[in-house]
Design a protein around this ligand. Structure first.
Ligand SMILES: [Zn+2]
Length: 385
């Protein structure tokens, strides 16, 4: 029997899952509030079914010290719609030289360390960061990219980059850096998490590292498991980093999501206000929004028979929790963070109706089968469809 005066939510024919966690997002506050704020970003996250989001440190200023971490934690407490778990920078200003105040940031609430937006600059710096983070039991998340191969490219190198006359980068731009990271990870014993993995060769390195018993994990974004470089047009909503990959890579990512090589689906939600994206392809910043379309795209894999529903739920819940050294389950005395979703509800995503301040989604106008119906954080309904 329910106690009196409580809200009843009828979840008949819906899936009740532990609260979804997004381990890779950009909330743009402090410093770029015209693109997103903690308030609007977490509102979009709640609409996407996420009960917790990890925000990358490439704000202005960079989250490389405890005062910025505390600012984010305090703003999130005051204005956040879901839990916000900050990720601290690995180096001061993410400039790749001096170590950031990692221990002080951990005290202030960071859950991981990354120089995302760019790779951790050198193997030597990565080693130092990993030695610190191993002692503090923090995972190091790396944006894997060899800068000499990256060389100002704006998309994946291939037939389509030639056709469009845009500068391309090969898949090895990513996988070379993954190889470096796995070896430095082995040297230090630190937990390594590969951000937005996009290439088959990178996935094979992660698979081998796992087989060798190394604490290596990785995430894949919905845009990378859905689109390929063949979808790229002169439209900056298709410009992100890493860029959309080849069909072979995309198919390998789907296989990795199914077989457990991939630990988490992460959005890499990267809002940019219209003025920034409404420029030539070459000049536009990288990034696409992602909170509100992630579950719909994950369910496309389920409906197509590529992964099971249970596996998809793991990729949004226990998978990312494991990366962060946490647990996520529905049980007594656990925080009541729940994502309630339909696998059948039909709807169309309209970027202009998004809760995000930005509109830069390649999925504007896409029709979905399945949607979040309610998002519950600490027992409170923060979104209801
Ligand atoms: Zn990145």
């Amino acid at each position: 029997m329910a106690p009196q005066n409580v809200e009843i939510f009828d979840a008949t024919r819906l899936i009740v899952a532990p609260g979804f966690i997004d381990i890779h997002a950009h909330l743009r506050e402090p410093g770029q509030e015209s693109s997103e704020t903690i308030e609007t970003g977490t509102q979009a996250a709640a609409r996407g079914g996420f009960t917790a989001v990890c925000c990358m440190p490439n704000t202005k200023p960079v989250n490389d010290n405890a005062s910025v971490t505390r600012f984010i934690v305090d703003r999130a407490k005051a204005h956040g719609n879901v839990r916000v778990w900050p990720i601290g920078a690995a180096s001061v200003g993410s400039m790749g030289e001096a170590l950031a105040e990692i221990a002080a940031m951990k005290q202030a609430g960071i859950v991981a360390v990354s120089d995302d937006g760019r790779p951790i600059a050198s193997a030597k710096l990565l080693r130092q960061v990993m030695e610190y983070c191993r002692a503090l039991d923090l995972p190091v998340i790396d944006h894997c990219e060899d800068s000499s191969l990256f060389a100002g490219a704006v998309m994946r190198e291939g037939k389509q980059s030639v056709r469009l006359g845009l500068r391309g980068m090969p898949a090895a731009t990513e996988s070379l850096a993954v190889a470096r990271d796995v070896q430095v990870g082995e040297l230090t014993g630190c937990k390594l998490h590969i951000a937005h993995l996009s290439a088959r060769a990178s996935l094979e390195l992660v698979r081998a590292a796992k087989a060798n018993g190394l604490p290596v994990t990785c995430e894949v974004t919905p845009h990378h498991f859905t689109l390929t470089d063949e979808d790229v047009q002169y439209d900056t909503r298709y410009k992100m980093n890493p860029p959309l990959a080849s069909r072979e890579d995309r198919d390998a990512l789907i296989a990795g999501l199914a077989d457990g090589t991939v630990d988490a689906i992460a959005t890499d939600h990267a809002p940019h206000e219209e003025a920034l994206k409404q420029v030539e392809f070459d000049r536009a910043p990288f990034g696409v929004t992602g909170f509100e379309t992630a579950l719909g795209l994950g369910l496309e894999l389920v409906h197509a028979g590529n992964i099971s529903l249970l596996r998809m739920v793991e990729l949004f819940t226990s998978g990312p929790a494991h990366v962060l050294g946490m647990q996520r389950r529905i049980a007594e005395n656990e925080p009541a963070d729940l994502t309630i979703f339909s696998t059948e509800h039909k709807w169309k995503f309209r970027a202009e109706d998004s809760a995000s301040k930005s509109r830069n989604s390649p999925f504007d106008g896409r029709e979905f089968r399945g949607a979040p119906m309610a998002t519950i954080v600490a027992g409170k309904i923060v979104y209801r469809r």
